[in-house]
Design a binder for this molecule. Structure first.
Ligand code: FNR
Length: 375
């Protein structure tokens, strides 16, 4: 049965198909503040644009006559079997897109078998999100805190709630310069939309003179951007968890080497979706040198700009073990809640399957640079 046939019969016709269509629908439905916050980048948005154009610089040179009837998108990461090489990137404050926020996303992710990386600044607590997922795979993304004991506490809670890896985001030592948000006067963090994990944290709350959302916002703002963050903080994290630790936001091959030397378990090549340093290299452009520097010693994941199945093929062929998507699922969430996230995932997974087959491969593990041409 052809995929096209199933799609038409699945009553998906009313829902958008491409990520661009989802984005367009989200723009129609959301007020400017939340839409621009989600879709926008920092500065002149050069990196936001570069993240996409980098994919157009590579073409797939497919192989033929290879019997691609027995395909699998499965991968193994940190001993865990995963259905596909797709992850949902950590995205904070998802209630700005849909009232169910992370809970809707978590249900869709669990149903698809796509791991969700839950953000520190979620609108629901990490425990509430975990409860909706049964034993579906999930990781926890940590924003460092000036108070290391708050980090230790959140990591312990994540372990207890069944999260199987910790992602430390390292590219937010200051908040990126977001012109669209300045124009709209919009700051969901300041409005208290991402406090759930803080207000439910005993160590964090013990630091407040009085536990009120207003006090919590001020304390979070004092904590979350953390210019002193450095490699010794990773050692502290290592002492407080036995879970795999990934650093998210690596772009330089020398940093990738240091990460390996420091005993980090995985790297996420990311420029935060073009939301932090404008003018930064696109992630696809930085991937080959990082993959060479790491040389297979630890997994290298990538995000920022993935929008199609072919994008996933290119990233994996250039050395990524898996990829994460951010805005695409947020547009789905904004338009149709859980159903929207499910549909975006369904589209990407099916597109990936077709792209792997038409590239002449039976599995994502077979993809390598021999099928890529840089124009
Ligand atoms: C993010 N991102 C992010 N990253 C992180 O580590 N913690 C977070 O809380 C957030 N929050 C967040 C909010 C919104 C609205 C967006 C769009 C992004 C970055 C995210 O994890 C990822 O790096 C990018 O979204 C990937 O790029 P694409 O797929 O959006 O192009």
């Amino acid at each position: 049965e052809s995929l096209l046939f199933t799609r038409v019969n699945k009553d998906t016709q009313a829902l958008p198909i491409s990520i661009e269509d989802w984005e367009q629908k989200a723009r129609e439905l959301l007020p400017d503040g939340p839409f621009d916050y989600i879709a926008g980048g920092s500065g002149a948005e050069e990196t936001l644009v570069a993240n996409r154009s980098a994919f157009s610089k590579w073409s797939i040179v497919p192989r033929m006559l290879r019997d691609v009837s027995q395909r699998s998108l499965r991968i193994e990461l940190f001993g865990q079997q995963l259905k596909t090489p797709l992850f949902l990137a950590p995205v904070g404050m998802q209630a700005i897109a849909h009232p169910d926020g992370e809970l809707a996303t978590a249900r869709a992710a669990a149903a698809a078998g796509v791991p969700m990386v839950v953000s520190t600044v979620s609108a629901h607590t990490l425990e509430q999100i975990a409860e909706t997922m049964d034993d579906a795979p999930r990781w926890f993304q940590l924003y460092w805190s000036n108070d290391r004991e708050v980090c230790a506490s959140m990591v312990k809670r994540a372990e207890a709630a069944g999260y199987s890896a910790i992602v430390l985001t390292v590219d937010t030592v200051m908040l990126g310069w977001k012109r669209r948000d300045f124009r709209n006067g919009y700051s969901p963090l300041r409005e208290g939309k991402g406090l759930a994990n803080y207000l439910s944290d005993p160590v964090f709350c013990s630091r407040l003179s009085e536990v009120t959302p207003g006090n919590a916002v001020e304390e979070v703002l004092r904590n979350i951007y953390h210019p002193t963050l450095n490699w010794s903080d990773i050692e502290f994290l290592r002492q407080h968890t036995s879970l795999p630790i990934l650093v998210k936001g690596i772009l330089h091959p020398d940093d990738a080497k240091i990460a390996v030397e420091r005993g980090v378990d995985g790297i996420i090549v990311s420029n935060h979706g073009g939301r932090q340093l404008d003018g930064a290299i696109s992630t696809l452009d930085s991937l080959p040198a990082i993959a060479d520097a790491v040389d297979g010693r630890i997994p290298v994941l990538l995000d920022s700009g993935i929008r199609t199945g072919a994008d996933v093929v290119k990233a994996i062929a250039l050395g990524a073990s898996a990829v994460l998507i951010g805005r695409p699922f947020m547009f789905g969430l904004a338009v149709a809640g859980e159903k929207g996230v499910a549909s975006v995932l369904d589209t990407l997974i099916n597109e990936l399957d077709v792209s792997v087959a038409l590239s002449g491969s039976n599995s994502v593990a077979d993809l390598n640079r021999s099928i890529l041409f840089r124009s």
